[in-house]
Design a protein around this ligand. Structure first.
Ligand code: NAP
Length: 252
């Protein structure tokens, strides 16, 4: 049995389905105590059943709201504060060209997707200092660097998460804390199935060296590595889990 993360508490946001779900399973499998956050109670109960052990917690909280974010902080203070944070959450916004996004929409979406991460930082870092160990892992996207059209908010929020975690990496590195990102390519998740038309999915799936979409477990494996002591000299990095999609100029 893998006990690499035994005694460590890990918070995973956006954890009910897809990549977040797989991350919870991987971290729990390595001995961590998982706190999983999403909204849908039914999906969270299914996750709790999969995780099995009663030490794990699955909380239904809407992190898109200010009271939800305050609720998360309040509840974390009542349990073991996590020393591993996997920020997998992304609350989507409609695809709109940037000239058609109002300043209010831009700022509101930014608040939702970046503020919840920022508000966690101070209390979690305090716990990480006490433990002499800390891991921050942001699930971002290649879109942070490629400027995918119609997705100004998504692209900017993912880039902001990388920049925020880079700053944390530099400011807190000497306390045993690392901060990295995992940037998935096309991963077969329920959300992608719902949101991305099948022809487009097939095109994206062909557009990498392995010529196929990835699985949530393949992203979770990179997260597990970054959460574990094995990655202790890696910080401020972005690991792409995209089948080589960054070589996409070579593909059709
Ligand atoms: N799949 C891909 O191809 C791909 C590619 C690049 C990057 N990513 C990134 O990977 C991450 C996971 O993606 P995914 O495809 O697995 O699915 P996703 O749709 O981004 O995430 C779904 C999870 O987030 C939860 N969630 C949504 N809104 C929430 C809210 N307001 N408060 C709390 N939880 C909320 C959902 O549960 P509830 O609905 O129950 O709340 C669900 O568990 C995202 O950050 C995404 O941007 C994915």
């Amino acid at each position: 049995m893998d006990e690499t993360l035994k005694g460590r508490t890990a918070l995973v946001t956006g954890a009910g389905i897809g990549i977040g779900h797989a991350i919870c399973v991987a971290l729990a499998g390595a001995g961590a105590t998982v706190i999983a956050v999403a909204r849908d109670r039914v999906k969270l109960d299914q996750l709790a059943t999969t995780l099995g052990d009663k030490r794990h917690q699955c909380w239904s909280i809407d992190l898109a709201t200010k009271p939800g974010r305050a609720d998360l902080l309040g509840r974390l203070k009542e349990v073991d504060m996590p020393v591993i944070v996997v920020n997998n959450l992304h609350v989507p916004s409609p695809k709109v060209r940037l000239r058609n996004i109002s300043a209010e929409e831009f700022s509101a979406d930014f608040t939702v997707n970046i503020d919840h991460l920022f508000t966690l930082m101070d209390p979690v870092i305090t716990a990480q200092h006490a433990a002499g160990f800390g891991r921050w892992i942001g699930i971002t996207s290649k879109a942070a660097r490629t400027g995918m059209p119609g997705q100004a908010r998504y692209n900017a929020q993912k880039a902001a998460m990388e920049a925020l975690l880079n700053t944390l990496a530099v400011e807190e590195g000497q306390k045993g804390i690392t901060a990295n990102c995992v940037a998935p390519g096309l991963i077969d998740t329920p959300s992608v199935e719902t949101r991305v038309p099948s022809e487009l999915r097939a095109k994206f799936a062909r557009n990498n060296a392995l010529a196929k979409a990835g699985a949530p477990e393949q992203v979770a494996a990179a997260v597990l590595f970054l959460a574990s002591p094995a990655s202790s000299y890696i910080t401020g990095e972005v690991i792409s889990v995209d089948g080589g999609a960054s070589l996409a100029w070579a593909f059709k």
